[in-house]
Design a protein around this ligand. Sequence first.
Ligand code: CP
Ligand code: NVA
Length: 308
Amino acid sequence: MVQNFLSILDLDPDRLGKLLELAAKLKRQRVKGMKAPTAAALNGKHVGLLFEKPSLRTRVTFTIGVRELGGDIVEIPADVMHADREPINDVARNLERWVDAVVIRTFAQERLQHITEITPNLHVINALTNEEHPCQALADMQTLSEKWPSFDGRRIAFVGDGNNVCTSLVHVAMMLGMAVHVATPKGYELPDEVVDQAAAVSQKGAGLTEYTDPKAAVRDADAVYTDVWTSMGQEVEYTDRSKTFKRYQVNENLMALAKPGALFMHCLPAHRGEEVTDEVIESPISVVFDQAENRLHAQKALLVQMLA
Ligand code: CP
Ligand code: NVA
């Protein structure tokens, strides 16, 4: 049983494999509606949603996911987290008395870590922090598992900022034994800690290779992934980042260097004309809406594993 899901590193390859299998099963069984075997899996359970940053996909998929599993959702307004109202410790200790789990989108990952330390009976799920976005990575792997017969020997290129989405992608791909090539401008690389973690959790000789040249990273890749250049909370850096990342745009020329039939991936929201062109994101190789759909199934699998 997984107590908290702050990071892909809270799983191991066996648990991750089982979670992806369950996600695929839940996707198939969704047509059964109330007759699905998991329709009452979270009966009597309350799940709080506490988002300190905007969200479409994560908020909607957790809301629907909990409901489809027979649980109850409580939307907690972000203003309760203002430090001048009450200490965050007290917010968490209150929640622990009422709800079974809380899904939190916040700034520093440390904040989530801290909450898990003071509320041992509360299940905490990371809905995105500055450092990691593990729920996204689960849906991304479900998407690839639908497109490829196996992960063995596959290579994913991530082009752009060595950010939260990139970190969780590296974690999950290493655990599933895939090679990841990451291209970032100097100064925007993955944190050293993540590079060490990648080596520590790598399976089947999978490796992380870092580049500054996007072309070198994308060559012969089976999938090319990008994300916004300016993440939530970095808005003041927008102008500088737009200049620095210009040559990291995923366009048809760059995609042409990947393997024939290579997939294009993006966690969304996307800024067309910046990190990706309209042509690429709207092309048949783009799986971005499959990724978005699979947020629902992968997170339902996670909720079943954690709470049912
Ligand atoms: N990909 C993702 O997490 O989307 P939202 O920010 O809309 O939740
Ligand atoms: N890196 C982006 C991901 C959004 C889902 C951000 O943190 O804003």
